[in-house]
Design a protein around this ligand. Structure first.
Ligand SMILES: [Zn+2]
Length: 470
């Protein structure tokens, strides 16, 4: 009897703990009404097809304007190039003379191969684990809407910023940003905004620490060309175009391996080394069936995508290219299809300081901690973002997308790479495809904390920092 009673008690205990577990899992997977509305707005933005090369920009802008209206934000649609609207929202500060805060995001996303997706890329489907699947869920519609939601929460709490806060939603980042961020950053309108600091995109992080980026590598797209006397395929002679090009390729390959070894050995992070990858090889004499096989051609060419961190020595790299990779002594020439400088307009390296000399960085770090987030060691972004347009002006810009515990899933289908030949590494390799809704909601709290800290910061006498009373 006693044994049975014990058994019964155990069963009861087991049942009650089961109910508790069930209740808490239901609580975790079913968000509150407020959270459900936040997620639903995010889904709405994700469902707008803004994929290159034919992004539905006006649909995105209309949606964002409707959000701005609900928050009583001022809105201006700027069109530096017809058909490519950049939406600028403003929350005026009570001390408008102070430099403003720019919360920057881009509205376009990279194209998708729909048939390779489990859920269609513009469905914003949420699975049983709360993962939201969509193109742009990580890059970077999440960030754009998190800014909006953070502003919504701050407004609801009665917060009043000292500094004006701007939210920019720009076109064309995925194809280089020339008609978006670049024209914006160079415009008189931008001058009038008197921006003091910029927040832009970062990358997801698989661990518990958020990633943040203080610089990025500059793309150098290099073409090297060798020339030499043509000759019969059976003849051995010096200085053929092919032989000259091969010597260069071998030299470049050795350099590439030395850089890669530093990553493999854990001495450097990916963004800290110079990466060099051969992207094309062009040589041979075409024939109706392929190539002429008994002729050594007079020209041979190769192309390389080089990424140069602002911490590297660009002058010595250029010297290496001129003397080792394409030396005139081997009948070689070189040219850059695209070469982005590592310096700003004052000749300083395009680096946002991450020490106490930059009060924005200190505020940023503290605000994340205050909101319960953890920040990893600041990094150099391995590819290009729009941040460099702002850093070029000498402005501090922090690359940050609050997505911890989120896998950066790689996908390398070649078909995804074609978009005016200008798709960026970030988006080819890192834009994936889902974000967990709890992580998204947590990110809003993080931005709330950052915006609050930035918008109430006042400088006291030169470099000394102090925080204003809220
Ligand atoms: Zn992006």
């Amino acid at each position: 009897m006693e044994f049975n009673c014990l058994k019964f008690m155990c069963l009861l205990q087991l049942l009650s703990s089961l109910i508790l577990v069930l209740a808490s899992s239901i609580e975790a997977s079913v968000p509150s009404t407020a959270s459900a509305e936040i997620i639903s707005r995010f889904q709405h933005y994700l469902q707008i097809n803004t994929a290159q090369p034919n992004p539905h920009y006006y649909e995105a802008v209309d949606f964002l304007i409707s959000q701005a209206k609900s928050l009583s934000l001022e809105s201006h649609t700027l069109e530096f190039v017809q058909g490519k609207p950049l939406l600028l929202l403003k929350w005026p500060g009570s001390t408008p003379d102070l430099p403003s805060i720019l919360l920057y995001s881009h509205t376009d996303v990279v194209p998708s191969e729909h048939h390779k997706w489990v859920y269609p890329p513009f469905s914003a489907h949420i699975d049983d684990d709360g993962n939201i699947y969509a193109r742009g869920s990580q890059d970077m519609k999440c960030v754009g809407m998190q800014y909006v939601e953070a502003v919504r929460r701050l407004k609801a709490s009665g917060f009043q910023p000292l500094r004006s806060i701007y939210l920019a939603f720009a076109p064309d980042e995925e194809i280089g940003g020339e008609d978006g961020a670049q024209k914006f950053a160079q415009s008189e309108i931008f001058d009038q905004l008197n921006v003091g600091v910029v927040l832009d995109e970062g990358l997801a992080s698989p661990g518990e620490n958020y990633s943040a980026f203080y610089a990025e590598r500059s793309p150098w797209w290099l073409t090297i060309k060798a020339t030499g006397a043509p000759g019969h395929g059976a003849k051995l002679y010096d200085n053929t175009a092919m032989e000259n090009l091969l010597k260069s390729i071998e030299s470049i390959r050795r350099f590439r391996a030395s850089q890669f070894d530093m990553i493999k050995g854990g001495l450097m992070a990916e963004g800290e080394v110079v990466s060099v990858n051969m992207v094309f090889l062009k040589a041979g004499t075409p024939s109706p069936t392929g190539f002429v096989m008994n002729l050594q051609p007079s020209e041979a060419e190769a192309g390389f995508d080089i990424r140069v961190p602002p911490t590297a020595d660009p002058e010595s790299l250029e010297k290496r290219i001129a003397e080792e990779w394409a030396p005139a002594s081997r009948n070689m020439t070189f040219s850059f299809m695209h070469q982005v400088t590592v310096y700003d307009k004052s000749g300083n390296r395009l680096i946002t300081k991450t020490d106490s000399s930059n009060p924005w960085w200190t505020l940023f770090e503290d605000a994340i901690q205050k909101a319960g987030g953890k920040l990893g060691k600041p990094e150099i972004f391995p590819a290009a973002t729009d941040s460099h347009h702002f850093r070029k002006r000498g402005l501090p810009a922090i690359g940050f997308s609050p997505m911890a515990n989120t896998p950066i899933l790689l996908h390398d289908h070649n078909e995804d790479l074609q978009c005016n030949g200008q798709l960026r590494l970030t988006d080819i390799n890192f834009d994936l495809l889902f974000l967990n809704q709890d992580e998204y909601l947590k990110g809003i709290e993080i931005y709330e904390s950052i915006i609050k800290a930035f918008a109430t910061y006042v400088e006291n006498g030169g470099n000394k920092e102090s925080k204003a009373e809220l």
